[in-house]
Design a protein around this ligand. Structure first.
Ligand code: BGC
Length: 831
């Protein structure tokens, strides 16, 4: 297909029809021109193709697929080749199931261990997340399947994610939050980028021209399709001119109709429309032209990839030599997760595993006789005295106790954040009791995000498997037994306690605004600046062998440096070492993190083998973003290049002189130069932000379509609605109080405009808003006026005419009404 010719031959209605999905997962194309519909499906760490009922919460069934370790695990491999291989396996599976675009990867940064979706994101470090994101994209797209890099941008908390405004200063925005997207876009060239639900500095991401046009397209050269997250579209006339192409899910007749009408009246430019349509048709074309790319791996081979990733992802946090286990020893395994593992998180990434193993069976299959006791309830995490006593009895008769603990399913999900970093009390009690009963205790930790380990120091080893996918059981058994050698390193810091984290006092933000008060000081950037002790630093991970480093050389290369050094495996087992390169400014005047990861590699070495490793450090590694100039700057001065085995284990170091702009003090508040716990006050942040903070829009009266169900409780009528909702949930889920509660919480945070996602016309939503504002007549008139229009549309659809055509009259009615819920009024208020 010649996309330009196709666009120029399309009617206005046909073009507008392309702008939204044909359904929950389909993009319609253009039947008249023979442009076939294409299918998109979630990701990121397995395919969630739904053949029947559709949802974005992982509730309805999906086709069986390989469940790979989730991003927080994969990141610990620090292995870009393996990431690419996993991408290929995902791409193969998508291709086999007829999926054109896989909705992933997610490269959002981790601000706090509490974010409910941390398991779906790679790292607290933008370099690592961006490089992995690019490799994932390259892998998937090499199979002729597109990706959707998400969630662009600053979608870092789940609480109020649909309405929260992420207020981020320019330095943090560019250096931390956009950086992984930049790397992934420039190196991976994703077919699509998904705009986040939230607002960023006062504008919805799907309406943010600065983000989409100026930064992603002009600066990074993004040429693909901007697609909304499911339901993230906000104002029907604001997205297209800001650079958004595709609204999902569809069909969203109201969107098609309003855009068509606005283009006819010259309110929206036809050139903008054509650009969006040609990108969308370009996506169809990319799919079609990949038709003859073959499948690279069988299902069995993909399962092997899942196992290889799980093996390289596991991080050996502690080991005094008890691991690897002696297979001849009497081993007791306790903890329900050994048989019913936590291997993936909940929400839109939740897939239906084609097969699932567990560590207990894998150990048995390896010929190791193991005694077992569950120790706690796998779902609730609670332990009864009987369960604990049984576990103690079992481990007392064994030479070694292996205890499986972690976060239960309910604590990690899209849509909500954790409120603390604690393991369930039952799990902690089990570890304490087992350690007291058997001095040879090994812990296997499952979960997608860091937790507090109050018993740290008591067990002899801790193996962290994160959420290791459907082959995590075999991988864990191999690692415990020494068939495989652990080589994962932490892609995020494990702090000692929640109170130590950079935004402990203000994460997750509860209202409609989240101030990123810690600015650039996320993860190790913060812990290093404060000089605080952590449980396990970024980049940490042990091996069954030992590596030594020597002979560091630094040579000029292009405008930066090439750092080379020798790594040697000093032990008697083959192993893999993740070498890390950090840049540390010595005499910065501008506030900066004490050190930043700028390069890494994974090196595989046989016993006694040594290898020269060379890492490039381009000039950009020394740059910081300069808000006054709206550009990157390099500050002249001395920098250390540190070759490290973890962020706190520097093995080799060299100072270099870097030419650049003469160092000059910035005007940032002292808190950002002398970082201390609790220093990031609202006042300091307001000064750093340097412009008026966006206005917080609460309470929302009169209500708009952006009022959440929870907001409605500020009126009597709204209270009644919420009461009815709770009653309905009780009737719907009798006895399941936890599920009732979590759906209620979800509903309370949901803005009314999201009803459009379930197929409701936005004008119907506007009618509901009128009624909630006690404009009964206007609301009812609006609701009634919609019925004939719907019938018209149905008639037109069946007669083959476009949806936008007969709807103009209704649009006029809406526009005459100043009470409409539009966000433009919101943005005005916030400006
Ligand atoms: C999630 C996206 C996902 C989409 C479709 C949204 O709730 O934020 O990551 O791709 O649903 O399921």
């Amino acid at each position: 297909m010649n996309v330009d010719d196709a666009v120029s031959s399309m009617t206005l209605e046909e073009k507008c029809t392309c702008l939204t999905g044909e359904g929950y997962w389909m993009l319609g194309g253009c039947a008249r021109l023979g442009i076939e519909p294409i299918l998109v499906s979630d990701g990121p760490h397995g395919l969630r193709k739904q053949a029947g009922a559709a949802d974005n919460l992982g509730l309805a069934a999906s086709e069986p697929a390989v469940s790979f370790p989730t991003a927080s695990a994969v990141a610990c491999t620090f292995n870009l080749d393996l990431m690419r291989t996993m991408g290929e396996a995902l791409g193969d599976e998508a291709r086999e199931q007829g999926v054109a675009v896989l909705l992933g990867p997610g490269v959002n940064m981790k601000r706090s261990p509490l974010c409910g979706r941390n398991f779906e994101y790679f790292s607290e470090d933008p370099c690592l997340a961006g490089e992995l994101g690019a490799a994932y994209i390259q892998g998937v797209q090499s199979c002729g399947v597109g990706t959707s890099l998400k969630h662009f941008a600053c979608n870092n908390q789940e609480t109020n994610r649909l309405i929260v405004d992420a207020v981020v200063d320019e330095r943090a925005l560019h250096e931390v939050y956009l950086e992984p997207f930049r790397r992934a876009v420039e190196q991976g060239r994703p077919w699509t980028v998904m705009t986040a639900y939230n607002l960023l500095n006062g504008a919805y991401c799907s309406e943010d021209a600065q983000l989409m046009e100026r930064i992603a397209r002009e600066e990074w050269g993004f040429e693909g399709v901007f697609v909304t997250d499911w339901g993230a579209e906000n104002d029907n006339l604001a997205s297209l001119p800001a650079g958004l192409d595709l609204v999902m899910p569809g069909p969203r007749a109201d969107y098609r109709r309003e855009v068509a009408e606005a283009v006819s009246r010259g309110v929206l430019s036809e050139a903008d429309l054509d650009r969006a349509v040609s990108r969308i048709l370009g996506l169809h074309e990319q799919h079609v032209s990949s038709a003859n790319i073959g499948i690279k791996r069988s299902q069995a081979e993909r399962l092997d990839v899942a196992r290889a990733v799980a093996e390289e992802a596991a991080v050996l946090l502690e080991n005094d030599g008890i691991l690897p286990l002696d297979a001849a020893a009497r081993i007791a395994v306790v903890g329900a997760f050994a048989r019913k593992p936590r291997y993936q998180g909940a929400g839109s990434s939740k897939i239906n595993p084609a097969s699932l193993d567990c560590a207990f069976e894998a150990l048995e299959a390896a010929g190791v006789p193991v005694a077992f006791a569950p120790g706690y309830d796998a779902d609730t995490g609670e332990a009864t005295e009987e369960q604990l006593a049984e576990a103690v009895r079992v481990v007392s008769q064994a030479e070694v106790a292996v205890v499986f603990v972690g976060l239960p399913d309910a604590s990690e999900s899209e849509g909500s954040d954790r409120m603390d970093m604690a393991l369930p009390a039952g799990h902690n009690a089990l570890v304490e009791r087992v350690c007291a009963a058997n001095p040879n205790t090994v812990i296997v930790l499952q979960g997608g995000s860091p937790v507090e380990l109050p018993w740290r120091g008591k067990p002899r080893a801790i193996l962290l498997s994160y959420l290791s996918g459907c082959r995590g059981g075999r991988a864990t058994a191999d690692l415990l037994l020494g068939v495989a050698n652990p080589s994962g390193k932490l892609a995020e810091t494990w702090p000692l306690r929640l109170a130590d984290t950079p935004c402990a006092d203000f994460f997750p933000a509860q209202g409609r605004q989240a101030s990123y008060r810690e600015s650039i000081y996320t993860g190790y950037r913060y812990y290093d600046a404060v000089g605080i002790e952590v449980a396990y630093p970024f980049g940490h991970g042990l091996s069954y062998t030992a590596f030594s480093y020597r002979d560091m050389r630094v040579a000029d290369a292009d405008e930066g440096f090439e750092v080379s050094f020798t790594v040697r495996n000093d032990g008697d087992r083959a192993g893999k070492e993740v070498v890390q390169l950090y840049v540390a400014p010595r005499d910065a005047q501008v506030f900066k993190a004490p050190q930043q990861l700028k390069g890494f590699a994974k090196v595989e070495l046989a016993p006694g083998e040594e290898r020269r490793v060379a890492l490039r450090v381009p000039r950009s590694s020394f740059a910081h973003y300069c808000p006054a100039e709206g550009a990157w700057d390099v500050e002249a001065g001395t920098y250390e290049l540190r070759v490290s085995s973890s962020s706190r284990d520097v093995r080799l170091c060299r100072e270099v002189q870097v030419a650049g702009k003469a160092a000059q003090p910035d005007n940032a508040p002292g808190a950002y130069h002398r970082v201390a716990p609790g220093c990031f006050t609202e006042e300091a942040f307001a000064l750093l932000y340097g412009r008026r903070l966006p206005k917080v829009l609460t309470p929302l009266r009169p209500y708009t379509a952006n009022a959440t169900v929870g907001d409605l409780q500020t009126s009597l009528l709204g209270k009644a609605v919420c009461y009815l909702l709770r009653r309905e949930l009780k009737l719907l889920l009798p006895g399941d109080v936890a599920q009732q509660k979590s759906l209620e919480l979800l509903a309370m945070d949901t803005p009314l405009r999201m009803l459009a996602m379930s197929g409701m016309d936005m004008n119907l939503v506007a009618g509901i808003v009128d009624i909630m504002n006690y404009h009964f007549l206007r609301g009812i008139k609006r609701l009634r006026s919609l019925k004939p229009a719907k019938q018209d549309e149905a008639a037109e659809a069946s007669s083959g005419k476009g949806a936008a055509q007969g709807a103009g009259q209704e649009v006029r009615t809406i526009e005459e009404d100043e009470g409409r819920c539009s966000t433009s009024s919101q943005k005005g208020a916030g400006a």
